[in-house]
Design a protein around this ligand. Structure first.
Ligand SMILES: Nc1ncnc2c1ncn2[C@@H]1O[C@H](COP(=O)(O)OP(=O)(O)O)[C@@H](O)[C@H]1O
Ligand code: SF4
Ligand SMILES: [Mg+2]
Length: 336
């Protein structure tokens, strides 16, 4: 299969190239329960044949409802999970194809659980420096931690405190300082503001955007909120039940969304800058990833579904704008 690339990526050198990524989980009941209930194993295809690339210094936003596989993509890319199939290539990686240590860092949704409560902030951030050999002694480490804390909008004195002494937003700043300490070239942010008060979300998003620009980071930015992705991304990938249904340059996606699911997300997104339509209710529920509908998994919710949609799974079609979309209605020219 060819690797689809989004419009805004063409002409840039590709830093991250993901091709045919598959990751399943065994969600079976315990053996005895299965035997008594005469159940088989239950395998979730959390990520099912995903391909995308991210140009150096650019941000790909991944959006989709809870459970569609966003975090699984992030964890595969970060090396925290191994894929069942497919490949992840990082340009400039070592001969073995694996990125250099510290090259890819991740900021998680929950800053409460991602920081060790027994470590002072200075240690949480400085540990990365020592681990990657970026500071050779404690006084060098102290100076660098102070700089990093300033970079994320904290004060050097904050290094003496423990995570529980900070608010959620400040804790996320500490987590970000820790992530950038190893001077990664790739930063993955998995719903980094979803656990925070609305009042501090914008500050953290702006901080991430400023750091991304200042450090030329290549980013995978994940959110269930299209408005947040609009704020952060150059290219947007829309996921539905483990698959990428549309991958487009951001402007193209918001100005002329093609996939019926993308259109539904945009129509129902609150406070989206370009949305001037009436808010309509989201149609239907996301089916269980344990038993995705046959054909196009979106067909039970799709106003354009036909017989072919119920039978045949749509594959990504390359678009003239460089993006791609997986939908029979687009291919058949019966969208509008
Ligand atoms: N460790 C795991 N064990 C079993 N199932 C998992 C595991 N991690 C994720 N899943 C399942 O994979 C699917 C995708 O999950 P996830 O990647 O967390 O989605 P998202 O981040 O979009 O909410 C879900 O159905 C989820 O229940
Ligand atoms: S393939 Fe068919 S069911 Fe799926 S989104 Fe397109 S029109 Fe709807
Ligand atoms: Mg998630």
């Amino acid at each position: 299969m060819t690797v689809p690339q989004a419009a805004s990526d063409s002409g840039h050198d590709q830093h991250v190239i993901v091709s045919g990524l598959v990751r399943t989980f065994d969600a079976s009941q315990p053996w005895l329960v299965r035997v008594i209930g005469r159940q088989g194993r239950r395998i979730v295809r959390a990520v099912d044949d995903l391909s995308f690339s991210i140009a150096r210094g650019k941000t790909l936003g991944l959006v989709g409802e809870s459970g569609c596989g966003k975090s699984t993509v992030a964890r595969c890319l970060a090396g925290l999970l191994s894929p069942d199939a497919g490949s992840i290539r990082i340009a400039g990686a070592t001969a073995s194809g694996t990125p250099a240590r510290g090259e890819i860092q991740m900021v998680f949704q929950d800053p409460y659980s991602s920081l060790n409560p027994r470590w002072r902030v200075r240690e949480a951030v400085g540990d990365s420096l020592l681990a990657f050999g970026l500071a050779s002694n404690r006084s060098q480490m102290g100076e660098q931690v102070a700089k990093l804390l300033i970079d994320v909008g904290l004060a050097p004195e904050d290094g003496a405190h423990y995570p529980h002494e900070f608010s959620g937003g400040q804790r996320q700043r500490v987590a970000i300082a820790r992530a950038i300490a190893s001077e990664p070239s790739i930063l993955i942010a998995d719903e980094p503001t979803s656990a925070l008060d609305v009042s501090v979300q914008a500050q953290i998003l702006n901080l991430l955007r400023d750091l991304q620009a200042a450090r030329g980071l290549t980013c995978l930015f994940i959110s269930h909120d299209l408005g947040v992705v609009d704020h952060m991304a150059d290219t947007v990938g829309v996921m539905y039940l483990g698959r990428l249904v549309e991958l487009r340059g951001k402007e193209d996606l918001f100005e002329r969304p093609l996939h019926p699911y993308t259109r539904m997300l945009i129509e129902t997104a609150p406070r989206l800058r370009r949305s001037n339509q009436q808010r309509s209710a989201v149609r239907g529920e996301v089916p269980s990833p344990l038993a995705p509908p046959p054909g196009c998994a979106f067909h039970p919710r799709c106003p354009l579904a036909n017989d072919r949609c119920r039978r045949e799974r749509p594959e990504p079609i390359a678009l003239p704008d460089g993006g791609n979309v997986a939908c029979h209605a687009v291919e058949e020219g019966r969208l509008d």
